[in-house]
Design a protein around this ligand. Structure first.
Ligand code: ZN
Length: 183
């Protein structure tokens, strides 16, 4: 959440728009009001303090731009990740095996760790342990995975709970990156 989204503003909002948004949001979120919340009010105030100061705003804009410059190779939906089991190193048997894409494969590999993974174009993979993804899901709507073998990252859109619609065009985006198969 940026100062702009806190105030419901576009990044190129004018000073007047910033002031107007601040008034509206500060009034609504003021802790004295039933609808108020100290956290929100402070966030709104911090956003305004920054954006209403030309110098601070310039610096803030620059920091946003550099954060964006870490471009993601792609953003995929959570369901485009595959669940694999990373076996314990002592397994000796190649390390990994593909699992079915649902929960009843769990426990197959003795001591194996369920991991969501997607192959990177470098040949290595983006991986996140299942539990960690679930934890992220509780707090964010998007997470970023780093490739284990190179500096590429991908964004993963986490489906909000309950909205398991298959409406988004899946199957696109894949191309040569294909499935993660470590047989
Ligand atoms: Zn890579």
């Amino acid at each position: 959440m940026t100062h702009y989204t806190t105030l419901g503003l576009a990044p190129d909002a004018s000073n007047d728009a910033i002031k107007a948004a601040y008034k509206q949001f500060a009034l609504h979120s003021h802790p004295d009001r039933a609808s108020g919340s100290t956290d929100t009010f402070l966030r709104v105030k911090r956003a305004f303090d920054c954006l209403s100061d030309a110098g601070a705003r310039r610096a803030y804009d620059a920091s946003l731009a550099s954060a964006r410059a870490v471009t993601l190779a792609e953003t995929i939906d959570e369901h485009e990740l595959e669940i694999i089991t990373v076996m314990s190193l002592f397994d000796g048997g190649g390390g990994r095996s593909i699992m079915e894409l649902d929960a009843h494969g769990r426990g197959h590999g003795s001591g194996g760790l369920d991991v969501y993974a997607r192959r990177c174009r470098c040949g290595d993979a983006y991986e996140i342990p299942r539990g960690e993804l679930a934890a992220l899901k509780a707090t964010h709507d998007e997470c970023v995975l780093e490739c284990g073998g190179c500096s590429l990252k991908i964004g993963v859109r986490l489906a909000p709970p309950g909205s398991g619609s298959g409406s988004s065009g899946r199957g696109g985006g894949g191309g040569p990156e294909g499935d993660l198969r470590v047989a």
